[in-house]
Structures are given as C-alpha cells and as structure tokens.
Design a binder for this molecule. Sequence first.
Ligand code: MV4
Length: 591
Amino acid sequence: MPVPAPPFRRVLVANRGEIAVRVVRACRELGCEAVAVYGPGEERARHVRLADDAWRLPTEAPLPYLDIAATVEAARRSGAEAVHPGYGFLAENAEFAEACAAAGLVFVGPPPAAIRAMGEKVAARAVAATAGVPVVPGSAGPVATAEEAAAEAARIGFPVAVKAAGGGGGRGFRVARSAAELPEAFAGASGEAGRSFANPDVYLERYLERPRHVEIQLLAGADGGVVVLGERDCSVQRRHQKLIEEAPAPGLPASTRVAMGKAAAALASAVGYRGAGTVEFLVGPDGAFFFLEMNTRIQVEHPVTEEVTGIDLVKEQLLVAAGRPLSFDPATVETRGHAIECRINAEDPGRRFAPAPGLITAYAEPGGFGVRVESAAEAGSAILPAYDSLIAKLVVWGRDREEAVARMARALAEFDVGGVPTTIPFHRAVMAHPAFRAGAVSTSFLVDYPEVIPSPAAVSPVPVPDALPAADVVAEVNGRRFAVRLSGLVGAAARPAGRGPKSVTGRPPARASGAGTDGASGPDLTSPLQGTVVRVLVEPGQAVQAGEPVCVVEAMKMENELVSHRDGTVEAVLVAVGQAIAVGDAVARIV
Ligand code: MV4
C-alpha cells in the first residue's frame, strides 16, 4: 500500500492512561507527532514517555485534564494542529470542541452541534424518533412534578423507568413497578440528576425487563457518508459500568443487526455527524430494539470492533478530522471471527465491585496468538482514587465465539496483577460459566448468575516498608500508606477535587538518627519525602491530634501534607517555609 502523507504534523492527546497510549500509537503509525499532556507527578507516566513531546498542563486545577483553557494553551504552545480527546474528561464537551476551533486547532471528534444534540437525552430521543429510529414509548419531554409523572405513567403503562434528562450512565435512573412506587422513584431520580448533572429534569419510559445492551459502531466520513461497522454486545455490567464487551453480539438475528445499523446511520446523518460514534440500543428477548443514547466519542470498548473488522478506528478518526477520505472502501467491510474484551479494574468484585486504588506491585501481561492488551500500567505504578480504576483492557480474537472464550480464559490465567484486588477472578468465573458460554447475556447477568462473583479478595494494600529502596515517595491512599514510584499512572490525583494537597503521614526514619527519634511513638515527626517546605500549619504550644496537618512539602511538583503521627502538643517546629528537607528529617517535635 502507498504510504499517504500524515493527516497532521502534530496531535495533542488530551488524556492519560491506556487511551492516551492508544492514541499515541495511532498517531505514530500515521506519521504524526504525538504530544502528551500530564498533571503534577505524572512526568514519567507511560503515555508521557511514549509521546514525542510532553507538556505539563498549565493549571493548578484539581483535575487538570478537565481544564479547557489549560489544554488549549498546552496545544497552542506545543505547536499541535489537532487535539484528540480520547474518552471521558473533555471528549463529549461541546465547549471544548468550540474552544479548540477558536484557537485554530482541529478537534478530533464530531461538530459541537452533534455533541450537544446527543448530550441532552430528551432532545436526543426526539431527534432519534424524527429520524425513524425506534424509541421506547415514553413521555415526549421532561415531567415536571410527581403528579405529571403519575398521569404520564398511567398512559405509558407500568413498569416505568424514570431517567435524568441531563445525562446517562445510570445516574438519575429509577424503576417504578406500580403507581405506589412512582413518587419515590421520581424524587430519587430527580434528586440524583440535580446533584450529578446540575439538571433535575427527568422523563419517563416504559421499563423493559432483562434487555440486552447492543450498540452500533459507526464512522462518518468527512463528506458525511456513514459507514456501519457492526455491533457490540455490552450487556455484562455492574453499577452501569461495562465489564465485558464482545463483537458480534451472540445470537443476534441478522435482520435485527441490519435494521439497527440502518437506524444508527439515519440518526448520525440527521445530526450531521463526523468521525467515530456509537449508537446504543436496548434489545428485548423478541429482538425488538430501542434507541438508548448516542456516544459522540471513541469508546473504551472500541477494540473489539477493530479486531473483527481489521479497521483501526483511531486512525480513521484522525483521517476524517483532517478532511481525508476513510482508508478503506465501505463496500469491502466485513467482520471476521469473534472478539471479547474484559476490563481489568482495580476493584473488589466480592465487595460489590468497590474500587480498590493502590500500588501495583507486580504486573505481567498475557500474550500469544489473538491476544491484545491495552494498558498504561506497570509494576510500581499506582491506581489513584481520583481517576477511573481501569488497569488494562484484555482483548482476544478467535475464529468463532467458542475459540474466543477459550482464548480469553487462557489469557486471564496468564494475567498477573499484584498489590490490588482486580476483576480478573470474576472474569475467569464468567468465562467458565455455562450461561456465558452459551451466549445467554443480558443486563441482568450478574443478578441471574451471582455465582460468578468471587468472595472478597484476601489481598490487602501493600504497606510502606521501613526502607524504601524503590520508592520515590510515600503516598497515603484511603488512610493507608504506600511506597510509590513516580511512573505509570501515579501522581495525577495529588490534589483530589476540593480536597487540597494529599496527605502524607510522617513516619519514623528508616534508621535511628539521634535522640528523640525512637520510632513511631517518639516525639519527632519526620518527613517521608524529599522536597521543599511550602507551608507550616502549626505553631509551638498548639495541641494537635494524630492525622492533623503539620506542614506542606512540595516534592516532584506535588504538594504533600505531612500529618501528625500522634496526639500531643507542638513543642517545636523544626523547619521553615522555603527550607529544603531530606527523607527522615524531623519537621516538628510533638510531645
Ligand atoms: C432502560 C432499561 C429498561 N428499560 N430503559 C440504565 C442506565 C441508562 N444508561 C439506561 N439504563 C437502562 N434503561 C428502559 N426503558 C434498563 C436499563 C439498564 C441497563 C441498560 C444498559 C446496560 C445495563 C443496564 C443495567 C440496568 C438497567
């Protein structure tokens, strides 16, 4: 094949973790330079090391990747021509797309109007209905009061779903099985919607029992022509978060697949869509399908479509954004074999999939024929509570579903992640389960087959050893201390939203260093890290409790709170603002 000219000279990747790595790789294959951005402490993260250039986001905002002005400024300074938002963060933010355009940058995504049209769920339903896409019978617009909801529900018929108009993802979603349940469902959905999306509006739909979640991947060319790249089944979810995705959807009748594809293309055309997008549907046991929502971004689960079509969706996004034609002839698209993705998260399936951030102490990926791992993790990197708990996406391809399931089971057996509980044991149980093997997936899978949920993990977070040969810093996560190497995923949560600097508990020095340093119960609070004192928060004579902030030390561009190791009274403050301190230096004496 002839090598075409790169679509852009430089592309800024406005994201982190595995998706930033994924986009950098696509840029590289197209001959574009990739520019990474990062927050405090992420200088050595994998996406930063892999990129051609990297810029620290010029912001003090607690979540730097959500700062529109800083991202645009980094793009401008770096000389990028285009910005790829990945997923999450600013990916479906129409104002960000507009800010890019205003700064002369190409936003790799659909036009802002398409993002807006699909972001508001009541409006999206109306656009879908107008485009001839089946929508679940429901209210034409928001319902303002519980009384109005009761009248609408009587018309629609129970059970009804009460849904937030402002956003999806399961927040502001309630089910009422009868008129008696409706007031509480209405109040619950509306309250949650108001808190989550700053918009308390809700609307009603007829509630479908045990539906499957099937979505259509599409690509709209620069000329507006829409190509459908098949479907994905994403039914196996917890807390409205996907766990397993596969393509094609097992057992989906060909006629349903074709009809869904046509509906998705009609909707994309109706909103003037460009680039990669996904139309989500609920599918009933009878094969009837209904529009759920449209995602105007590249999705987490896009690799399963790539595996069965052979098309690199991120490269196509970049080509379309540059006004180039798609790299393939739509008439030649066919899907081959079967692909499955398992999301490997740092969470404990046995504790209701509670996120379990912490230090990854061991990390060995599977490999071999038909196995693909999308990750930015490595041994020594940390999963931080401020961000998504995704460690890796394990994707396999097989000639048919049976081979793909066996290959996934084999790859999961090879995958070794130490230090944090993960979803790996859960996925192993699902791959072995007869119902999953038979393709009997639905959004009720975990309710129907709770035996796939393992008992709570025995693994406990790794405490900080006395000597820290491999650690750059000691971090406190959920009240426990960790030795952390500043690489991979570490550091971005140094200032969680609204919480100010992260707390680092003082510890006794690794070796005795004179009088008064007689271990954890001794009077001297010592620094676990090397850095500069930027604030002193106590004065002599002041009473302090264990855990109370004593001073703030800047290290590796992160602000770290040193907190008292005991209850007592400050006898002396041993450091001053601006002073450089080393690991083990006493900062205050608490008696
Ligand atoms: C539904 C539904 C049944 N009927 N709507 C959940 C979150 C939001 N994104 C849409 N959701 C649902 N909407 C009607 N009319 C069932 C769900 C649902 C669901 C949908 C997709 C994937 C997993 C789910 C788990 C529970 C409920």
